[in-house]
Design a protein. Structure first.
Length: 195
């Protein structure tokens, strides 16, 4: 294990290629593949329609999120219990998504290192995470890109809250935990496949 920033231990999570099967413990793939075509035939074979349910206990809103390269350190892990959150890349640009199962084994109040996964998500699909799945906001694989993120008013207001003394948020539908503060080490994402 390497050290960085005045002796902080660095642990790594290796990024994986995305497949619907590998993603299944964390959520669903929002794409035509794997879904039944709805019997909506108003335009013949020119328009195919598929359905992916979005669960929310409150009215849904989109967060238009411009992401830039922030390095590949997992600084926070967060989760939300009132929404199946969806990440929708615009412009066909892939991104990196970090997740851990909602029931992941925890150490220091965080998912254990072997429970954390990082996926290269292709730009032609969106991904939805189950309620309570631990995650980071998407990591940019280009200098700048835009991702639509589903949210609801309490979740958005929670993210706008001030950080507490541990530099965390525990407000409304936001449980955002600081890796370095809780664990005393940093987690970097190893990109063996390149960005």
């Amino acid at each position: 294990m390497a050290t960085v920033d005045a002796g902080i231990e660095v642990r790594t999570v290796t990024a994986e290629m995305f497949t619907p099967e590998a993603w299944a413990p964390f959520g669903t793939v929002v794409a035509p593949e794997g879904h039944d075509r709805l019997p909506i035939d108003l335009y013949g074979d020119a328009v195919d329609v598929y359905k992916e349910p979005l669960e929310s206990d409150r009215p849904v809103e989109y967060l238009i999120t411009r992401i830039r390269n922030r390095g590949y350190e997992i600084r926070y892990l967060e989760r939300h219990h009132h929404l199946t959150q969806t990440f929708i890349p615009l412009g066909g640009v892939p991104f990196l998504q970090v997740v851990a199962r909602a029931d992941a084994r925890e150490e220091d109040g965080l998912p254990a290192l072997d429970e954390i996964h990082a996926f290269f998500v292709p730009g032609q699909v969106a991904v939805q995470i189950h309620r309570g799945v631990w995650h980071e906001p998407p990591f940019a694989l280009q200098p700048e890109q835009v991702v639509l993120v589903t949210s609801h008013q309490d979740l958005t207001a929670g993210l706008e809250s001030q950080l507490n003394t541990r530099r965390e948020i525990a407000q409304l539908d936001v449980e955002k935990r600081n890796v370095r503060e809780r664990a005393g080490y940093a987690i970097k994402i190893d990109l063996p496949l390149g960005p």
